[in-house]
Design a protein around this ligand. Sequence first.
Ligand SMILES: [Zn+2]
Length: 120
Amino acid sequence: MKCTRCGKGKAIRDSQLGILPCNKCQKEEESFNKPELGPEFSTDSIKEGRREYYKDAIQPFRDGIFSAEFYDEYGTTGVKVTKEQIKNRKYVWKDTAGHWNRNKGKGGGKGRKTEKFLEP
Ligand SMILES: [Zn+2]
């Protein structure tokens, strides 16, 4: 007897449940019936998103110190800094989420770096 669902596979005869769809159809149904993704998932995906676009969120300055994270990614694109500030740059965003693997994420300057500075 053919599967009643797809008409291709071999129907399964179950002594208690009667005729069941073929293995393939049963597997399909199982995957359809997977439980909804709970709130945990959405929290994770937000975290994931933050980390993924971490570089887009890097601010060039923190407490007046030029960010080395920013410099690594953008050089001096879009900021006005002096040579001295570049020299004294620091990794100022180490305490923010996503810092440690920021280079695995998307976003950022994609290598479009400029190196211009204000003459003192
Ligand atoms: Zn089937």
